[in-house]
Design a protein around this ligand. Structure first.
Ligand SMILES: Cc1ncc(COP(=O)(O)O)c(C=O)c1O
Length: 363
């Protein structure tokens, strides 16, 4: 563990209220900092003091800083960053607006709710080739795309159900050659893996995950011209949580201040440590390669053990928060449910040991 990692962990922990128990659930929802919580509350207070619409105008510089941070971290222009109500909302906006052929290529591990959104908008889904772990095979994918180009390519850079990073750049090269827009779901990838080199046509995420902003907010960054003027105008007048957007902008500022590269390096270390501590404990098995540079670890249960019941028991009896990931999360890839463990930069060996011990004490 490097000095930087120790500093980052300490800073992260001190910046937040203490956790009642052990929080290993950032892939679902990270813990917000005091500064983010206070910024949201301050904005609500300002709405009461000067009026909601006047307060929104006054908050514009903070929101502009948030959009600038997203731009710096994705390669988009700040003017092309829109706030949304979450990751799923961004996909919904994109697909509702799409005027091209309604065919979309994605991976077998596509996020289940995204598949439902694609179906709701009348898209036919086709699957790109992957290896045995569900990682894209870029050469085979390029061949498939050339043989029969879809309307869109949609890639989840880091899964909700499995902590494996997808190679976005080679896919973006292939899609670009064909003039097929590439949309990247970075709900788990942003503030976790490098999203600045994708050269995608659209990238989106949720605030509450690795960015540690408030719930109910997210953003969508597009290349100019991807969204129609009609959609942009509609979104500009939609009713939204300005306080949430202010909180997200503060969280983005905190991420930039912490150092995105330092956060990525630390999260990779955290994942490696998590897997080393948990693999094989009481018959639980880690799905990811141990050195995969992410902090999402999924565990498959020993025979006869139900991860949903284990997740509930861990919260009720040990104060340890993890996620139950059922197969509906990635219906084209998961064959068994999993327990997901996703600590942020501040996790300690004691936290991981507490989970390991708890898994040996299940009723
Ligand atoms: C990969 C992925 N995509 C999309 C989403 C949906 O995000 P939201 O709940 O903000 O719509 C999630 C949330 O878990 C996710 O992990």
């Amino acid at each position: 563990v490097t000095i930087t990692a120790v500093d980052l962990a300490a800073q992260w922990r001190e910046a937040r209220p203490p956790m009642a128990g052990v929080h290993l659930d950032s892939a679902a929802c990270s813990r917000q900092s005091f500064a983010v919580i206070d910024a949201c509350a301050q904005h609500a207070r300002h709405e009461a003091e000067v009026g909601g619409y006047v307060a929104a105008e006054a908050a514009e510089p903070v929101l502009a800083a948030g959009r600038t941070a997203v731009a710096a971290l994705t390669g988009a222009a700040a003017a092309d960053v829109l706030f949304t109500t979450g990751a799923g909302n961004a996909l919904d906006i994109l697909l509702a607006d799409w005027r091209g052929p309604k065919t979309v290529a994605c991976l077998p591990g596509e996020f289940g709710p995204n598949l439902e959104t694609m179906a709701r908008h009348g898209f036919d889904v086709r699957v790109l080739p992957v290896d045995g772990q569900g990682r894209l095979d870029p050469d085979a994918a390029a061949t498939d795309l050339r043989a029969d180009p879809p309307g869109l390519v949609h890639l989840v850079v880091l899964g909700s159900h499995r902590g494996i990073v997808q190679p976005v750049e080679p896919l973006s090269v292939a899609a670009r050659e064909l003039g097929v827009p590439l949309v990247v779901d970075a709900a788990q990838g942003f503030a976790h893996v490098d999203c600045s080199t994708f050269r995608a046509d659209a990238v989106y995420t949720a605030s509450r995950k690795w960015t540690a902003g408030p719930r109910g907010v997210g953003w969508l960054a597009t290349r100019p011209g991807l969204l129609t003027e009609q959609t942009l105008a509609r979104l500009a007048h939609a009713e939204v949580s300005v306080a949430g957007r202010v909180g997200l902008s503060v969280a983005l500022g905190e991420h930039v201040a912490a150092g995105p590269q330092a956060v990525r390096t630390r999260l990779a270390e955290v994942g490696a440590r998590t897997r080393a501590v948990l693999d094989g404990v009481a018959g639980w098995r880690v799905v990811e390669p141990h050195a995969e540079p992410t902090a999402i670890t999924t565990l498959t249960a020993p025979d006869g053990v139900d991860p949903a019941a284990v997740r509930a028991w861990l919260i009720a009896e040990r104060g340890i928060v993890t996620t139950y990931a059922g197969v509906e999360r990635a219906p084209g890839e998961m064959t068994a449910p999993a327990l997901r463990v996703s600590p942020h930069v501040d996790v300690t060996d004691a936290d991981l040991d507490a989970l390991a011990r708890a898994l040996t004490e299940l009723p």
